[in-house]
Design a protein around this ligand. Structure first.
Ligand code: ADP
Ligand code: MG
Length: 320
């Protein structure tokens, strides 16, 4: 049985961490100083049991980690830095306290790694499932956030890391093939690292003209950039950095890399004359195509070009 609201808040307050300029849990509102010359970035994301996660598939700590990851990844995608986080949590009466502890442990560990305080939230009983909403407050120098709308024809398209790993691992978990997943692969599925540092460097060096995090899948998230920028894209199927999986380290299939969600890598564009290094803060950066004037996304394979329709997360995931 989870702790009563007051006891839970007391515990959260003890573990929430401190940061300069943040007055956190304990008052009606948190008070957070925005660094001089910066503007606030705010993002909010649900993590709902049986919609975004299943309790039987992964440890509570991973669910807490991924809950915060969603928000941190949005801040990364703007080139910002996180300042404080807020967690609204509704827990069913029947939930074991150990589960709630594990969830908070995973979430607070990631918060600590990125130097952010849990500065507030809300707590309630839910009538059935675990419902969590994370708010991340961040900042970016005024007018310098990297938007989805900045891509121009002729820009090159890049992604960080590899794609399709999360969807492939999730597929195996859903098929009860846990034993076939090597430890390192499982670790990167359960505890992915938000690309805050890469996003920060891209912004500071003025390399990216537009950016988004890949939460719903490459095809869907690239479509968001195209839509907001009023452009199209051509991507080269052989250039897409596919994750490797299983004991044989086989590349995941192309569909997973194109449409699988939850990798939380960054997708960005850079003007043709900007040099983009092959690694940033030790994360591989791969050029996968270019922005074109004609609307739509086109996938080039060896001998043909076909239209690629966005069918990310919504279509692809098999959680239900
Ligand atoms: P109020 O009734 O003013 O909303 P609460 O009793 O809900 O106050 O919360 C008291 C304090 O505890 C507030 O500072 C609030 O931000 C914090 N808090 C409540 N729930 C959480 C939570 N799940 N995570 C972090 N802080 C929380
Ligand atoms: Mg409240």
């Amino acid at each position: 049985m989870p702790l009563a609201e007051k006891a839970l808040i007391r515990r959260l307050r003890l573990r929430s961490g401190r940061a300069r300029g943040v007055l956190g849990i304990g008052d009606d509102c948190a008070s957070v100083q925005i660094p001089q010359g910066h503007e606030a970035l705010v993002t909010t994301d649900f993590s709902l049991e049986d919609v975004h996660f299943r309790r039987r598939l992964q440890p509570a700590a991973s669910i807490g980690h991924r809950c915060l990851l969603r928000g941190l990844s949005d801040i990364a995608a703007m080139g910002g830095e996180p300042l404080a986080i807020f967690l609204s949590l509704a827990l069913p009466r029947t939930l074991p306290q150990s589960w709630a502890d594990g969830f908070l442990e995973g979430l607070l560990k990631l918060a600590k790694e990125f130097g952010v305080t849990l500065a507030g939230g809300d707590t309630a009983k839910s009538s059935g499932k675990v419902l969590a909403d994370i708010v991340v407050l961040g900042s970016v120098p005024k007018g310098k956030a990297i938007l989805r709308s900045g891509a121009r024809p002729g820009d090159r398209i890049f992604v960080t890391g590899t794609l399709g790993g999360a969807a492939t691992t999730l597929g195996m978990l859903l098929q009860d093939q846990r034993k076939k997943i090597p430890a390192a692969e499982m670790e990167s599925y359960l505890y992915p690292i938000p690309r805050i540092e890469v996003g920060h460097i891209l912004r500071k060096k003025g390399m990216a003209s537009s950016m988004i995090d890949i939460s719903d899948g490459l095809s869907t998230d690239l479509d968001h950039i195209c839509e907001e920028s009023g452009v199209g894209a051509e991507i080269n199927s052989e250039a897409i950095p596919r994750a490797r999986h299983g004991k044989l380290r086989k590349e995941v299939d192309l569909a997973s890399a194109l449409h699988g969600g939850e990798d939380y890598e960054l997708l960005f564009t850079a003007p043709a004359n900007k040099r983009v290094p092959p690694r940033i803060s030790n994360i591989p950066i791969t050029e996968i195509g270019s922005i074109v004037r004609a609307r739509g996304i086109f996938l080039k394979t060896k001998n043909k070009v076909r239209r690629l329709h966005p069918r990310g997360w919504e279509y692809f995931r098999r959680i239900e």
